[in-house]
Design a protein around this ligand. Sequence first.
Ligand code: FES
Length: 111
Amino acid sequence: MSSNNDLADMQNNMPKKDVVVRVCNDTTCTKKGPESIMRKIKEVFSDVEYCGCLGNCDFGPNVKVNNNIIIQGANQGTIIEEINKAAEKKAPTQEEKMANLDKALDEFDLI
Ligand code: FES
């Protein structure tokens, strides 16, 4: 049976992953305690910095992964798993975004 210290030791000995992570510490997210999330992320990832507002203030604290996916309502208990999942996703291309928009508009009979 492993303890939390064993898990932390394992994480510290694992190679840091090649993922760009930005943690919002602008006005609203700062009130929601991004420091503990930042400490947890730095245990696993090396390219980690604070950043300004990500435009998602109501749902913070927010974390941006690889410059294209925002994890909202981040908490230190799940953030590593969420970042790993986000890092596996690719951002939709502009064409995919437009196709999704067309599909959504069709569903609402707006065009
Ligand atoms: S203050 Fe963090 S998203 Fe706006």
